[in-house]
Design a protein around this ligand. Structure first.
Ligand code: ZN
Length: 287
């Protein structure tokens, strides 16, 4: 059964660890993440971007696949199925399709509009017992080769959004999506502490978890981060393992062309990456 992310994140915040959100792209990704969570006895959040949702034939397909796997793989750890960086319409569609959690990313709207739209979705999620994540201060990334430094959120705007009753809050603290550039300035712990001061017990979300040094991750958790998003790192692990299999000519040996063999090294690489992240975040054994 899918659960809201609320309880697992409140427990994480209290216990000073973080729950990983791992984004899924297909069956292999989903199975690898769910099996690892079960093996490690860790709560987990499956993230689905709108693009990945389309790729997997729509949100209903995703819900069907995930629910089927929970049952048939015997998954008993808490699992939330969460829309990542959702639009207003995307959040509504996921609520309808059976997701247990959504993110509404209104960070590109003026703050008043972000507040208004977030508020509407909060009331809808509350009725259904779903968790909802909001974002303040957009989280940068590489766009057309231009690398943004990663914005820092305004703590007062964070409080305005947190007060609407969202479950968790993503605040930009210098983090960015994708690979971090060589000259990246690092996370702004000043911003994080200022946000935490304003929002109190609200679990905070760290996006762009790929490539942030371990000591910074641990410090962020100690300052109130209870959810960390990982996407690119699993993609890179999958890519490297698949490349190695093909470069070694294994796809040409025997039945090495069988997709179940061809995709197996990438699948194992995702499992390894997820396990490493769960260790770093401290969520192992916390289911
Ligand atoms: Zn993000």
């Amino acid at each position: 059964m899918l659960v809201s992310a609320k309880e697992m994140l409140n427990k994480a915040r209290e216990g000073k660890y973080a729950v990983g959100q791992f984004n899924i792209n297909n069956l292999e990704w989903t199975k690898a993440i769910l099996l690892t969570a079960q093996e490690q006895n860790s709560p987990v959040i499956l993230g689905v971007s709108e693009g990945a949702g389309k790729y997997m034939c729509g949100y209903k397909t995703v819900v069907g696949m995930v629910k089927g796997m929970l049952e048939e793989l015997g998954i008993t750890v808490p699992v939330a199925l969460h829309l990542d960086h959702g639009s207003y319409d995307g959040a509504k569609a996921c609520i309808e399709a059976g997701f247990s959690s959504v993110m509404f990313d209104g960070s590109h709207y003026p703050i008043e509009e972000n507040i208004e739209k977030t508020k509407e979705l909060v009331s809808e999620c509350e009725k259904l017992g779903l968790s909802i994540e909001a974002e303040v201060g957009s989280i940068g990334g590489e766009e057309d080769g231009v690398i943004g430094a990663g914005e820092c959120a305004d703590p007062d705007e964070c409080k305005a959004i947190a007060d609407l009753g969202v479950t968790m809050l993503a605040a930009g603290i210098g983090n960015i999506h994708g690979k971090y550039p060589e000259n990246w300035a690092g996370l702004s712990f000043e911003t994080l502490a200022a946000v935490k001061e304003k929002v109190g017990d609200m679990p905070l979300v760290l996006h762009g978890g790929t490539g942030i040094p371990e000591d910074m991750i641990k410090k962020a958790i100690s300052l109130g981060v209870a959810k960390i998003n990982v996407n690119t790192e699993c993609q890179l692990a999958f890519q490297e393992a698949t490349r190695k299999y093909i470069e070694e000519g294994k796809d040409k040996q025997g039945k090495g062309f069988d997709p179940r063999k061809l995709l197996a090294p990438g699948f194992e690489a995702i499992k390894e990456t997820v396990k490493e992240k769960m260790e770093l975040f401290g969520s192992i054994g916390k289911a």
